[in-house]
Design a protein. Structure first.
Length: 299
């Protein structure tokens, strides 16, 4: 059997980020390994996966508590070997990260005394060199070298995954290497991927919500997106139109605001009919003097 751990930073600045990654990978764990670590996926028996209780460790290096948000028990195919797969997302640059990975490795090994496969997901926006090794050595003796698998999202080409039909790849397009000019096209391709997957609505909402959190369009980009959606196949366009999206939320907010403004104008008209002063109506409704003068001319 094996254990899979997903570690959350115990810091309010990163809790929301880590919870999103936690939920995505926990829901689509097999798909995550399949698309990014196929050599690991090949050996895991996914029929035996079972979530275990959370574990709390004390980080002796930083004096903080770290919670393992996801621990999954499973087996290797055709073997009784126990393996622990430790998956940790990292959303900010940290020079000592490779040492911290070893620290967690040693804590887990001391607790379970089982082979451990550590995996780190780097999701921050800048491109930088990350080491996946932690070494202890002397001029006269090499003690050991600890290594872990890495997934550096910003260094990955999003175009390599748009035909994968993989829900995790679709969600993580939002964190891969694209330029500002490519943002609209990335979003279009993401929505087309979601359309082709034909997964249940709850999982589709999870994937879409994750993507929307990390790839946001400005007003100009949203207008460009809507123009391109009109050029898609009718079935794709109909599917996309039903997804919760930033431009729809903006339209809803504008609609609500428009409704509130109309209601204020009705109130202002009634006040004008009752003979209340314009200054008083402005204070109550927050309408401009020009708007109220325009309403008064309609009486």
């Amino acid at each position: 059997m094996s254990l899979t751990m997903f570690v959350r930073e115990d810091s309010t600045q990163y809790i929301h980020h880590d919870q999103l990654f936690k939920q995505l990978i926990h829901t689509f764990f097999a798909e995550f390994l399949e698309v990014f670590f196929p050599e690991v996926h090949e050996h895991i028996d996914f029929t035996s996966i079972k979530p275990l209780s959370e574990e709390m460790f004390t980080d002796l290096l930083e004096g903080e508590s770290r919670r393992a948000d996801i621990i999954i028990e499973t087996k290797l195919k055709g073997q009784d070997t126990v393996i622990i797969i430790h998956v940790e997302p990292q959303s900010y640059s940290q020079p000592s990260f490779h040492e911290r990975m070893y620290h967690y490795f040693s804590l887990l090994y001391n607790k379970y005394r089982k082979p451990i496969l550590p995996i780190a997901i780097f999701s921050y926006d800048e491109n930088r060199y990350e080491s996946n090794e932690f070494t202890i050595e002397f001029p006269f003796f090499h003690v050991f070298t600890f290594q872990f698998l890495m997934l550096e999202l910003r260094k990955m080409n999003w175009r390599d995954y748009i035909h994968s039909n993989n829900p995790v790849a679709a969600a993580l397009l939002s964190k891969m290497g694209y330029t500002d000019k490519e943002k609209v096209q990335v979003k279009i391709e993401f929505m087309r991927m979601l359309f082709k997957m034909e997964i249940d609505p709850a999982k589709a909402e999870l994937i879409n919500g994750f993507f929307e959190m990390y790839l946001r369009l400005n007003e100009r980009e949203e207008l460009q997106l809507m123009k391109e959606i009109k050029q898609l196949d009718r079935d794709e366009a109909d599917f996309i139109s039903k997804l919760p999206n930033s431009w729809k939320e903006k339209g809803l907010q504008e609609g609500l605001q428009k409704g509130k403004t109309e209601e204020k104008r009705k109130i202002a008209l009634e006040m004008l009919r009752e003979g209340l002063t314009i200054d008083l109506i402005i204070r109550i409704t927050n309408l401009s003097r020009e708007e109220i003068d325009h309403l008064r001319k309609k009486l």
